[in-house]
Ligand binder design. Structure first.
Ligand code: TYD
Ligand code: MG
Length: 483
């Protein structure tokens, strides 16, 4: 009987109860040592040697993803796992975590003090935002300090990278560049050059030849990232993975990519504006609320030392519908300007558009203004915007948002030397916020004379802040200030 025509998934076996005739039985346990590639259901773990539209185990549709089978795939060959034995926590020796400075204080701060040896950083952002520029600048600084850095450019040629490097005045022999997309060759290059820092630009372009799926697919991105990160951990080199973002703004590929990395950064900002915001969404070595602000110049990215000044226009015209708030971004306070425009809706359902703040939060504030203060906002188109493209999510911005809307509705301007801080409750009360002193110090530093704050916060504040405090219990008291 010629069995070669049958699928590899089927085994030949002599039936013990039969008359010795060979029967074909479906295998439950697939022998994966020969093939290396297997399709695994992401719901129940059922495996198949061929892609199937519907899982044979749980019946889920489109749930199988190509994976490398154990042994041939996960982890690269150079990795040797040392078995550790449990020990009393009192015996554990603390290690000094070696940190390499990146040359940009703004970048070091969001990384948690600098680039940690052996760490994996995932950096996402829309095309043209400046990911390659930033990482090339970091490579330059680190290579000038005598460390070898390897820049793997998977999207551009080495000549294009050189052109960019010349623009950034980066010329160091320690900065190695290679245009490569094959994972095996990249790992070989890392093995041969022993870099302190590896940049993969971008992970979606890298492919492992043993996997059938094309670069950028879930299976490829996950496998390649996993092997690169495991390699970085075992060799002690730091690794930056550049990731593209989907149109929803998240890093393309499996969510597990973010779980694998130690630090996940998002580079944001308007492509046509010169300011860029680097936001931390995950950091095993530092705070996740930090943001770094950079300015794109013709010779690269420059950290912005005084970020509050770019979000508020000092000496601006006094107009209705504008208020300054002091919000916390990680460990530091940032002053930003909120603008609102309230105009009578001409027909149909009034429009509500917000940018830079949470839509639901604004809806709640509108309801409070209507019910507790008595502002008739029902028939008005309302637009709320944060100047400079920054995103403010904390409740401490509530008071500022409410004041801006009230100011625009009443057509009365708020004094430009006043800053607002406070969360607004559904009863119209102004609730206390955290880090009030840091917020007020930043306002005072930038020349603000008055601060409207929650009464509950006033007790803990030192007397010598150099800013007049207007304490309020209810939103109505703050709105009365406008008149
Ligand atoms: P780039 O780093 O290529 O973005 P990404 O890697 O995120 O796609 O940045 C491209 C943009 O930055 C491009 O519009 C040109 C601009 N740019 C500068 O303004 N100054 C510079 O020094 C460099 C290198 C780029
Ligand atoms: Mg790029």
């Amino acid at each position: 009987m010629d069995l070669s025509v049958f699928n590899k998934q089927k085994l030949t076996k002599t039936c013990p109860h039969g008359n010795g005739e060979k029967k074909l039985l479906q295998s439950n346990t697939i022998d994966m040592t020969k093939t290396g590639v297997v399709y695994v259901c992401q719901h129940c773990g059922w495996k198949s040697l061929k892609w199937v539209g519907r899982c044979g185990g749980c019946g889920e549709w489109d749930s199988t993803v190509e994976e490398m089978s154990t042994g041939a795939g996960l982890g690269c060959k150079s990795v040797t796992l040392n078995r550790e034995l449990p020990q009393p926590i009192t015996n554990v020796q603390l290690l000094e975590c070696p940190c390499i400075e990146t040359g940009m204080e703004e970048f070091d701060r969001i990384l948690g003090g600098g680039l940690i040896v052996g760490s994996a950083v995932l950096i996402g952002g829309t095309p043209g935002i400046g990911k390659s520029t930033l990482l090339l600048q970091v490579c330059q600084y680190i290579s000038q300090k005598g460390y070898t850095t390897l820049y793997v450019t998977a999207e551009e040629s080495v000549a294009q990278t050189k052109l960019r490097a010349e623009r950034l005045s980066i010329l160091s022999d320690n900065l190695l560049v290679v245009a490569e997309t094959n994972l095996d060759f990249i790992l070989e290059n890392i093995h041969n050059t022993h870099p302190a820092l590896v940049v993969i630009d971008s992970i979606q372009m890298i492919y492992k030849p043993q996997l059938e799926s094309s670069p950028g697919t879930v299976a490829q991105v996950r496998q390649c990232a996993h092997e690169l990160i495991v390699n970085a951990k075992s060799t002690g080199s730091a690794i930056f993975l550049v990731g593209h973002v989907t149109k929803e703004g998240i890093i393309a590929g499996p969510k597990v990519l973010e779980h694998m990395a130690d630090t996940v950064l998002y580079f944001e900002g308007e492509k046509f504006q010169c300011y860029r915001i680097l936001r931390v969404v995950k950091n095993r070595f530092g705070s996740t609320d930090e943001i770094g602000i950079f300015e794109m110049r013709k010779n690269g990215l420059l950290p912005v030392d005084n970020p509050s000044e770019i979000f508020i226009s000092l000496g601006r015209r006094i107009i209705a519908g504008s208020a300054i708030i002091s919000c916390m971004e990680g460990t530091r306070a940032l002053l930003v300007e909120i603008q609102a425009l309230v105009t009578r809706a001409n027909f149909g359902i009034p429009e509500r558009k917000v940018s830079g703040v949470d839509y639901n939060r604004v809806s709640m504030i509108l309801a409070i203004l209507e019910k507790r203060i008595g502002l008739k906002l029902g028939g008005q188109d309302i637009f709320v915007n944060i100047v400079g493209g920054v995103q403010v999510d904390e409740p401490a911005a509530d008071l500022g948002i409410a004041m801006t809307i009230a100011s625009s509705f009443k057509e009365k301007a708020i004094s430009p030397d006043t800053v607002f801080v406070g969360e607004v409750g559904l009863a119209g009360e102004v609730r206390s916020v955290n880090q009030i002193e840091i917020r007020l110090k930043e306002a005072q530093r930038l020349g603000f004379k008055k601060a409207v704050i929650p009464k509950d916060n006033a007790k803990g504040i030192g007397k010598d802040l150099g800013i007049e405090l207007i304490e309020v219990c209810y939103l109505s008291e703050a709105v009365e200030i406008i008149g």
